[in-house]
Design a protein around this ligand. Structure first.
Ligand SMILES: NC(=O)c1ccc[n+]([C@@H]2O[C@H](COP(=O)([O-])OP(=O)(O)OC[C@H]3O[C@@H](n4cnc5c(N)ncnc54)[C@H](O)[C@@H]3O)[C@@H](O)[C@H]2O)c1
Length: 259
């Protein structure tokens, strides 16, 4: 993928991983539209990287449509679309229905809706690049976060489906699956996040570099934490052993919480 001169959209680009992706791609010569719910944050990042701010909510069909129309107005063609915005709200099955629904809208339907808008043009041109920020929770699981784990599995599944269906027609799909990354989302992940993720947490810039490498070699799964590859293999190869290990970690979290 040639990034220099390409037209890029990054959703949730006002902070955290999205900001790092926007910065990395702009540093590589891309023209970047920065989307975020937080208009001030989108404007600040766009100003810093010489890009364009398009604030808006990608949790709705109209929000995604408006973003892509505005981005086309700034960029002409969109070459790379980074569907990055996400929400980690909710814990277990007792999470309110509207929180489950919000996770579904942002973590899954935002990708479906964006691809619906972009695919016709990309298939006509014979090229396009769709980047989904899923999570290692989409390959494994995230203790204490059922809506997040379930919807990130769905995000990864949708990215796989796109790649399998349109690869021969010029679509490149990348699925970024980090474990802990030092952003406000990780800071809000509570005790489970702390125990499971903080020790191996990386900086958002490392995710930007991992995307850069993944774009260069065209690989689908982008794993900024290389150990995730091993865990993913273990889960597939001996699911019961993997589940026992995860449950031991859950027991540790419960023991620490009761102290
Ligand atoms: N931080 C981690 O440990 C981690 C690990 C794996 C995957 N991820 C994923 O990375 C992505 C980015 O997370 P982050 O850690 O940078 O979070 P963050 O909270 O630091 O930043 C997310 C940004 O997205 C914006 N946003 C949220 N909902 C939006 C919406 N509906 N429309 C437009 N913008 C919206 C927020 O305003 C915020 O600026 C998410 O999809 C998240 O699930 C994060």
């Amino acid at each position: 993928m040639i990034v220099e001169g390409s037209g890029v959209v990054v959703t949730g680009g006002g902070a955290g991983i999205g900001r790092a992706l926007a910065r990395r791609l702009a540093a590589g010569g891309a023209r970047v539209v920065v989307n975020d719910l937080d208009a001030g944050a989108a404007t600040a990042v766009a100003g810093e990287i010489g890009g364009y701010a398009v604030p808006g909510d990608v949790a709705t069909e109209q929000g995604v449509r408006d973003l892509i129309a505005a981005a086309r107005g700034q960029l002409g063609e969109i070459d790379i679309y980074c569907s990055n915005a996400g929400t980690a709200a909710g814990q277990g099955p007792d999470t309110p229905e509207e929180t489950w629904q919000q996770a579904w809208e942002v973590n899954v339907m935002a990708h479906v809706r964006a691809s619906r808008e972009l695919l016709p043009g990309w298939l006509r041109r014979g090229h396009g690049c769709f980047v989904v920020t899923a999570s290692a929770a989409g390959l494994l699981t995230m203790l204490g976060a059922a809506p997040y784990s379930v919807t990130k599995h769905a995000a990864e599944a949708y990215a796989e489906w796109l790649a399998a269906t349109y690869g021969h027609r010029g679509l490149t799909v990348h699925c970024i699956c980090p474990q802990g990354v030092r952003t406000s989302m990780l800071a809000a992940s509570g005790r489970a996040g702390e125990i499971a993720l903080k020790e191996a947490a990386i900086e958002p810039e490392q995710v930007g570099d991992a995307l850069w490498d993944g774009l260069a070699d065209g690989r689908f799964l982008i794993l900024p934490h290389p150990q995730v590859h091993g865990y993913y293999g273990m889960r597939a190869g001996d699911t019961d052993r993997w589940l026992r290990g995860m449950n031991r970690m859950q027991q540790r979290i419960e023991e620490e919480a009761s102290r």
